[in-house]
Design a protein around this ligand. Structure first.
Ligand code: 1CP
Length: 343
């Protein structure tokens, strides 16, 4: 018999009263875990992703090990792009590398539309399997159009996004076609995850902070508006994440999204002072995972105190866990968040 279902994370997403501040971590399954590294010796990234039993096992690792209040489906933002014609590989120490980057309208037209049942059945099977096994909510996710576009235009990770932004400025109608295609993909993909059982969804726009506010409003906001409007119908809580995106918060606040996931460059106090009343997720600097524990605890206290001023705070990092982090520190941190905020 499974333990009682823990809905604290879902309550916080909806701005309801919670018995303590819920916590989960971006990239909570990954190379910092010895168990994950062991599984990766046998399987490539996409082998894990495409095998529901193994994928569910990896998704559950941090839930069992750290005691977090939510699980996030183990996949990558590139997962739905592979079946539509993007030749992507995950290269160790680099990330996604694409051998056929897009540059013309023909390249974009050649990308197929995503049919989740045909193209990513393994994702839907993993979601179903996890719903039978988990006693915490399962978060589904997708990349956002700008962040996905940055990989398929640059051909991999980038520092300045010059090619992507140059494309956007020089070929606005082709850019528009790409945003439309990726917004549609995001909607179809997330709706399929929700139908299979995902109880919340996060849209990762990790690199959109590279744009100034005006460009965000013109080139990106319409696609995001379309995505969150379409997801509203499902009734499932939505979360929008970007790193280094504090300057975009006024624009983000206009979107029909429930929770904004912020990084450490912007404090929860300052976001509330802007009059933003949406749920907030974050925002510990992941580098603090390498600090002495007293320092990590003090910085966490500050975040939790600011988060407790209103309802709707989910504790998380401002960006993902990295390979040098330790399981023991993350476990201690999770316990601290729960103890410190328990009513
Ligand atoms: O085993 C390995 O070597 C693979 C490392 C790895 C892992 C564990 C990659 C390659 N992706 C993932 C899983 C992953 N990616 C998850 C799993 C669920 C969890 O959080 O536990 C998620 C949510 C992602 C999402 C993702 N992939 C994002 C958005 C979040 C973020 O960190 O900003 C991005 C930008 C990617 C691209 C990507 N995939 C992998 C890497 C190393 C990167 C980043 C590359 C870069 O810096 O541009």
């Amino acid at each position: 018999m499974a333990n009682r279902f823990n809905d604290v994370f879902l309550k916080a997403c909806r701005g309801e009263d919670v018995p303590y501040t819920p916590v989960w971590y971006m990239r909570q399954a990954g190379r910092y875990q010895p168990e994950y590294r062991k599984i990766r010796e046998k399987y490539s990234f996409f082998d894990i992703n495409e095998n529901p039993e193994v994928c569910a096992e990896v998704t559950k690792l941090p839930v069992d090990q750290l005691g977090v209040d939510a699980a996030i489906l183990f996949a990558d933002i590139m997962t739905p792009l592979k079946p539509i014609g993007v030749d992507v590989e995950i290269v160790e120490g680099v990330g996604p590398v694409i051998s056929n980057p897009v540059s013309t309208i023909e390249d974009i037209q050649n990308l197929r539309s995503l049919d989740p049942n045909r193209d990513v059945p393994f994702i839907l099977d993993t979601v179903k399997l996890l719903r039978e096994q988990l006693n915490v909510p399962l978060i589904g996710f997708s990349g956002a159009p700008f962040t996905l576009a940055s990989y398929i235009i640059e051909g991999g990770p980038s520092k300045g996004y010059h090619k992507t932004k140059g494309f956007m400025y020089a070929k606005p109608s082709v850019w528009q076609a790409l945003m439309d295609k990726l917004a549609e993909l995001t909607i179809v993909y997330l709706k399929a995850q929700i139908k299979a059982g995902a109880q919340a969804v996060q849209v990762f726009d990790s690199w959109v902070g590279a744009l100034e506010e005006q460009d965000y409003r013109i080139y990106i906001a319409p696609a995001m508006e379309k995505i969150f409007t379409a997801l509203k119908e499902t009734g499932v809580p939505t979360i929008y994440f970007g790193s280094g995106s504090g300057h975009l918060l006024k624009e983000w606040n206009k979107l029909p999204v429930d929770v904004l996931s912020i990084d450490w460059r912007t404090s929860i106090k300052d976001v509330r002072a802007m009059g933003i009343q949406k749920g907030l997720q974050g925002n510990l600097d992941p580098s603090l995972l390498l600090a002495p524990f007293d320092m990590l605890r003090d910085r966490t206290k500050t975040i939790l105190d600011q988060g407790k001023e209103t309802t709707g705070h989910i504790f998380n990092l401002g960006h993902g866990i990295f390979p040098a982090a330790s399981v023991a520190t993350l476990k201690k941190l999770t316990d601290f968040v729960h103890d410190y905020t328990s009513k």
